[in-house]
Design a protein around this ligand. Structure first.
Ligand code: CA
Length: 217
């Protein structure tokens, strides 16, 4: 499991990285909130300090929550009840006050990441004669396997996870590229066109003008 430790204090940061690494986590240290926002897609969980040099941790969390549901555990010196409540209301999954007991931190980290796992993960989604196996990363159309690029498959995954619901272009770009620049927007058009051509099923992916796409149920 990949964990981002967002902590500007060298001593605390290094101690956390060392403690988590010895327990088998793949840990990256971030010193600024902006560093996390630029790379959040790479992580399965985030440990977030609130007193950061570039912006307040709660602001980082608010921005993160606009694009991600990654589990976040706040770890801060701010012990006041109000601060705890604010943190949880801002979308944190848990809140720990410094200095943390490492065993407790690890236990809570395990709890918040477990919460993310659906009880029964959907492995296969079938829509008409299109079958998407999310675990095997395989797509069959009319019983014949088609070959998708990693990005095309990523698109399929995001769309079928919310099949029947509209998914915004912004969300697709954030999840696939972590970015929504003009060039990424064009890339999305290209990959979507490629995907549709390979699926060859009209009406399976509906374009919602000015918003995004919907995988029909
Ligand atoms: Ca700090």
């Amino acid at each position: 499991m990949r964990v981002a430790v967002v902590e500007d204090d060298e001593g605390v940061g290094e101690a956390l990285v060392a403690a988590l690494t010895t327990r088998g986590y793949l840990v990256d240290r971030k010193r600024r909130g902006a560093d996390l926002l630029a790379s959040h897609r790479e992580y399965d969980a985030v440990i977030l300090d609130l007193g950061l040099p570039d912006m307040d941790g709660l602001e980082v969390l608010r921005l993160l929550r606009e694009v991600s549901s990654v589990p976040v555990l706040i770890l801060t010196a701010r012990a006041g009840e109000r601060s705890v409540v604010n943190g949880l209301r801002s979308g944190a999954d848990d809140y720990l006050v410094k200095p943390p007991r490492i065993a407790e931190l690890v236990a809570r980290l395990e709890t918040v990441t477990r919460r993310m796992m659906p009880a029964v993960p959907a492995q296969t989604v079938v829509t008409r004669d299109v079958r998407v196996d999310l675990v095997a990363r395989q797509v069959e159309v009319g019983g014949v396997a088609i070959t998708l690029t990693p990005t095309e498959f990523h698109l399929v995954r995001i769309l079928v996870e919310q099949s029947g619901s509209a998914v915004s272009r912004q969300q697709l770009m954030d999840r696939i590229w972590g970015d929504s620049s003009t060039s990424v927007s064009r890339a999305l058009d290209v990959h979507m066109a490629g995907l549709r051509a390979k699926l060859d099923r009209q009406g399976l992916i509906t374009t919602i003008r000015g918003f995004g796409y919907r995988w029909e149920m």
